[in-house]
Design a protein around this ligand. Sequence first.
Ligand SMILES: Nc1ncnc2c1ncn2[C@@H]1O[C@H](COP(=O)(O)OP(=O)(O)OP(=O)(O)O)[C@@H](O)[C@H]1O
Length: 698
Amino acid sequence: MGSIQEPVSLPEEQLEGVENDTVYVAVGNNAEKNHKLLHWVIQNFSGKKICLLHILIPDLVNSFNTNVSEYEHKDHAIKAFKEHGSQTMHEFLDQYILTLVPSGVQASKLLIEKDNIEKGIKEAIFQHNIRCLVMGAAADRHNTGLDSEDTPGIETTPVLLMLDSNTEAKQSEKIKSESIPNVLQYLDSSDMEETENVIARTKLTDLLIHKDDEALQNWRAKEISRRKEVEKQLARKKQDVLEMKNQRDKIICELQMVRDQSSALRNQLFESNCTATELEEKFLSAVDLLISFKEKRDKLRIEHANAVRKVKVLTKIGEADTTSSYVVEFPTFSFMEVNEATHDFDQSWKIGEGRYGSVYKGLLRNMLVAIKMLPSYGCQSQLEFQHQVDVLSRVRHPNLLTLIGSCAESKSLVYEYLNNGSLESHLACKNKTPLPWQIRISIATDICSALIFLHSCEPCIVHGNLKPSKVLLDANFVAKLGDLGIPYLVQHSVGSADTSPIICNNSHENLAYVDPEYLDTGKLTPESDVYSFGIILLQLLTGRPLSGLVRDMRCALEKENLKTVLDLSAGEWPLYQTTQLAYLALRCCEKTWLNRPDLVSEVWSVLKPFRTICIDRRQELTSKKLQRAPSHFVCPIVQEVMEDPYIAADGFTYEEEAIRGWLDSGHDTSPMTNLTLEHTDLVPNYALHNAIREWQQQ
Ligand SMILES: Nc1ncnc2c1ncn2[C@@H]1O[C@H](COP(=O)(O)OP(=O)(O)OP(=O)(O)O)[C@@H](O)[C@H]1O
């Protein structure tokens, strides 16, 4: 039985079988494919015998396609056509042979006429005992297992069919006919199509040849109905395509709409984001605004509370005013208030007593004050008294004790309280360290400044009772003159213009400050104050008792021995300037007022150069003292270093007087926290008291 092999490229063992056999090459009608096939054959079988095999199918169909009526002479035509086809094919094969000759191939041709290629090939194999047959391969590459890339130059690889021995080839026709059709699978697709066409045409030809008109008509009708069916299908397809096209257009439209909507939504989203950001910013600024409004509101609340408090105070003052029945411009106090402030004029609250009454320390409307109780004798009316006080209250100067208010009922004057006491106490060194010379000179300057102011007033104001007890020192050692105008107030009361209270009720010591001319004439002049100032200046320089003071100074200056009289506890006096001051003081103490120096042109001009050095020193001293004072030494109410610290129920320590005054004035709350106090008991803070003492003695 013949075996069929598939040599794609031709290995040596394949070629061995071909050696002595003629290689049959099956050529078709496609000239291009034939050329490629022959090219392949030349490459693989150079020097071999080649026989070109062509199965010629008489192609009558072409001649009958156009006009069937022409078949009246068909026998003759078919014959002529066959002859013509055979001749043409011979010529073609000859041409192929000629192309093979230069390649050293012995070529021959074999033309077999058969109405079927399959049958023709079978016949050729039988008749010519073909063992080696080359055919154009089928287009189906799976059959060959090759790619065109592997065999460049030809689209499909030709197929070499090796048929077994002659004996096998000559087997019974039945067996051979079984094996031969397999050959056809190696024909390329175009050959197959061609074959099918040929078969169809052959059938038609058969019909024509055998004059089978009825069958022809049937076949035609079949063809027409098939064609109609195809046309119908085509029309349906067209309709489908049209519908699909419409659908596609619709979808595109919808897609476009969706795209538009999407872009609109995107814009909306962007706008929303912008709005959100804007709103967020607005919200933040609103929060800021709210915070600032809250702060303002709190501030306004505080201001409101303060205003309410002020209104209450003013109302109280108003009430006090109505009780006194006078319309005055500056605060007046009721006797009750004065009484309360001084704790029923408690002796422990008394500061001192002079010719014109007692002076009490007091806590009045939360202020630490000095209340001077004038003698109640005399016929001065409350109206006259109040008028006089009103005039005095308008005389204000930094070196004059400030008159805060008055009480017409009790005929008392309320002054600011100066906690550094009087110059008198300092000169006497009562529990006090001696004043440095700079402070002394600055005190002289302050007194001079106050006198210049008083004397320059219109009408001129003469103090008339200037002495160290009337020179009060504040926390910064600034000197302030007190008791201004008291003699006038009291004189009126006494009702005797002739009787001078200064003279009448004054001690011998106090008379030392009184102008001798005034003593002689009873007439107070500005120069009277200059005399008193001279004595005070001599006291500041020497610190000596009044008796023989002028004489001793004069003597020392004459002997140019100033140092012997100077108060050396005041430090190292600058001798030249101090001598100048000493001369100036003596001139002030001249018995005749005409010989006394002018305060502005002479005294002030000498004192003025000292001012800067003295004020600096004063600041240095006070700031040192203030700096050194720990904050817990200072009373929260009066803001001064405490002398008698007491602990209240709120746990804070206060100056006893201050906290008692606070509680006695009806307060039941803490001055520090404003919370209600559990009780009003006070406990002395001995530890703090000792600490303050130690600190003060340093
Ligand atoms: N505002 C005040 N602050 C502190 N102490 C004061 C205040 N006013 C007066 N004093 C003190 O009160 C005491 C009594 O003073 P007052 O003026 O009544 O009498 P005097 O000056 O001693 O003598 P006189 O008035 O008889 O001449 C004085 O030692 C004085 O230092």
